[in-house]
Ligand binder design. Sequence first.
Ligand code: GLU
Length: 446
Amino acid sequence: MNVNNVMADLERKHPGENEYLQAVREVLESIEEVYNEHPEFEKARIVERMVEPDRIITFRVTWVDDKGEIQTNIGYRVQFNSAIGPYKGGLRFHSAVNLSMLKFLGFEQTFKNALTTLPMGGAKGGSDFSPKGKSDAEIMRFCQAFMLELWKNIGPDTDVPAGDVGVGGREIGYLYGMYKKLAREYNTGVLTGKGITWGGSLVRPEATGFGALYFVQHMLHKAGKDIKGKTVAISGFGNVAWGAATKATELGARVIAISGPDGVIHNPNGMTPEKIDYMLELRASNRDIVAPFAERFPDSTFVPGKKAWSVKCDIALPCAFQNELTGDDARELLANGTWCAAEVSNMGCTPEAIAEFQKAGILFAPGKAVNAGGVATSGLEMTQNAQHLSWSAEEVDKKLHYIMSQIHEACVTYGTQPDGYVNYVKGANVAGFMKVAHAMLEQGII
Ligand code: GLU
């Protein structure tokens, strides 16, 4: 395989799908060497087959808003790869959603899910519907209209959607309600991130953020460091940022920044339980602004238009959106002494930012390893549903902890360079790729 040739072909077939092309290039560059040591991969055209989704479903979603006006959005489900298990991955509702974004996310999900050690293939879906400013009733009507189209394509052994940006417990509830009505079956395993009284798993809401912090702890321990007393800057204030802030604080770190599309909150004294709870309130307001945090907690300040990366910190945790940390942001962080960055959002850093971190030799780990605790706990939710059981929070958390340690170990195994530096990007990509590639080889040319 020659990465440039594969990419030239993909660019020709999918012009302008920039996020997708970026995600594929990152993976191919880091697996190229290993791939070329395995002629059987090349013979079976594994890369050419792996970079294209198995299938893409698109549909029109029409619903009526509170003013009685008719709205039309586009819905998607990208079923990327099912070599190691049923399609699995979240739904994203955001105005910027398009096919390129969901293809990048589905592609990443395939490797991430392989890293979790659980049997899950990769998928992603969503809509350009924006929850911002929408009433609860509008969100319900949209979710119902979305599921009217999607339900035929999903199932506990077929494809299991979950939440992502703009889709949380409330949306999963509305989606499941409509699914159940259409399918006439109480099939809880069809969606994850469900409510606790109807098949949800304890710890699932916290799992992405908690898992990320467990991973960061492992990275730090490997480098002979401890998270206690360290300063952490977090971008975003949604579910993932909330989980990360909660666990970072619990582990003795000081979360000195959170941010929103409107600017950054400087929070020099760190988080308190009230502040962490307030993050949930902010998100539930559907206003997508972080500024009210500083009005509510006068020991913090709001700086409009700035990112979390303008705040001096030891550890940077992007928890919001893809490409939210750029080369310039990386240089600013490095100049301010940041020595660890871990993507909690999917592809949170641009390739230039990653290159800066790696050149500086600081600890850096990619989203598909760091944030895999969310989907891993979805996998645990599926297991509980299949068993008609629900496990205690301690049990789920223990399993999550163990899975994150396994992912860290896989990254170290495949990513340790001759000089001892752990290239977590390479480690995660190679480990995830090997598992999926071998399954594809063994299942023949399909
Ligand atoms: N959206 C999350 C992710 O990016 C979770 C997906 C899931 O639980 O299926 O991994």
